[in-house]
Design a protein around this ligand. Structure first.
Ligand SMILES: Nc1ncnc2c1ncn2[C@@H]1O[C@H](COP(=O)(O)OP(=O)(O)OP(=O)(O)O)[C@@H](O)[C@H]1O
Ligand SMILES: [Mg+2]
Length: 329
């Protein structure tokens, strides 16, 4: 099978300065990662915050140099022949504030198509086609600064598709989107791949459900190391046991109005606990790009990193079900 991306013992370190510029510490963002992504594959990189996903994508997109090791995209070395790599790729990140606010949506896409050197007639046709497919025709003459986050992300996807990249990098493309728009974005990615099955996509996410809904294979990355790599269904089989998450949150209920003559009553603080039980169904198989598809909204039980904090307010803690020892993953 031909490789679209080959990564061998890839390492990236960051030097962190201590006080006064002294005590330089070394942070290892990628620790000798090996990865092989096949052509025509939709490959997922799943991991919690700080796992090294963006660092890997940036190296593959020639935006960052590795400390050691090698990486090839379409058989081309990302360090020594970066310009040839750039001709073949595009990248879209979630939560991107891309775009020049004074341009309209259509002008913005046109600008990027010209930066990629796409012939005028081809670019016009592609942009109009994708504006239609993504339901952005009516907003095409609106200034970018007036677009909603979801519309901007759809615009970013068009920018990603417009140069017809051989390999597309999507770094958390549904970050910050509501459930409905996130689902639309996943559908857009799948439709684009269905129309262009020769393409390869590397997608990062921290939602297992998103990886399962979209990807043919998934690598789980944590602390800069790839700890598992397989199809979503095989990875789920590995975790085929009951998991219970306890989510605790502080709720502060602010009174809406003051009572006449009594001033504003104090805010009420209370603690809420929710128990989520996750029972993977034995024998159930998720669906990859070329198999049956299932669209899933992200959910707490589907996220990696049970200890991640949502908006700084919610702390998730995985506890063993009664009668079982905690696995401590
Ligand atoms: N420019 C930088 N300087 C110093 N440290 C960095 C830099 N960029 C990334 N890091 C560190 O490298 C590690 C990996 O970061 P990276 O952004 O790749 O993680 P990630 O998996 O993309 O996380 P997230 O899900 O939050 O986007 C983190 O510890 C991060 O703090
Ligand atoms: Mg990231």
């Amino acid at each position: 099978m031909t490789s679209a991306v080959t990564v061998q013992r890839l390492r990236r370190e960051f030097k962190l300065r201590g006080r006064g510029g002294h005590d330089r510490k070394t942070l290892v963002a990628l620790a000798d990662v090996d990865l092989d992504i096949h052509q025509r594959e939709l490959f997922g990189l799943l991991g919690p915050n700080g796992a090294g996903k963006t660092t890997l994508i940036k190296i593959l997109c020639t935006l960052l140099l590795p400390t050691s090791g090698t990486a090839e995209v379409d058989g081309i070395d990302v360090v020594t022949e970066s310009h040839r790599v750039r001709e073949r790729i595009n990248m879209v990140s979630g939560g991107e504030h891309s775009g020049y606010g004074i341009l309209t949506l259509r002008e913005h896409l046109w600008l990027f198509s010209q930066l990629y050197g796409i012939p005028t007639s081809v670019a016009r046709e592609r942009i109009e086609d994708m504006l239609g497919v993504l339901g952005l025709k009516e907003a095409a003459d609106e200034k970018i600064s007036t677009l909603s986050t979801g519309m901007r992300q759809k615009m970013n996807l068009i920018r990603g598709f417009v140069c017809d990249p051989k390999i597309l990098f999507l770094d958390e493309p549904t970050l910050g989107l509501d459930v409905q728009v996130a689902r639309e974005v996943r559908t857009i990615v799948r439709d684009w791949l269905a129309r262009s099955p020769e393409k390869t996509t590397l997608l990062t996410t921290h939602y297992m459900a998103e990886a399962e809904a979209l990807c043919d294979r998934v690598a789980i990355i944590d602390n800069g190391r790839v700890i598992a790599c397989d199809s979503p269904e095989n990875l789920k089989q590995l975790l085929n046991h009951e998991e219970v998450y306890h989510v605790e949150t502080d709720l502060v209920l602010e009174p809406e109005r003051s009572l006449p003559g009594r001033g504003r009553p104090a805010a009420v603080r209370c603690r809420a606990q929710v128990e989520l039980r996750h029972h993977p169904v034995p024998g159930h198989h998720g669906s990859g790009r070329r198999g049956r598809r299932r669209d899933c909204a992200p959910g707490v039980s589907g996220q990696t990193g049970a200890h991640r904090h949502a908006d700084g307010a919610v702390a998730g803690r995985r506890v063993p079900p009664p009668g079982r020892a905690e696995t401590g993953r």
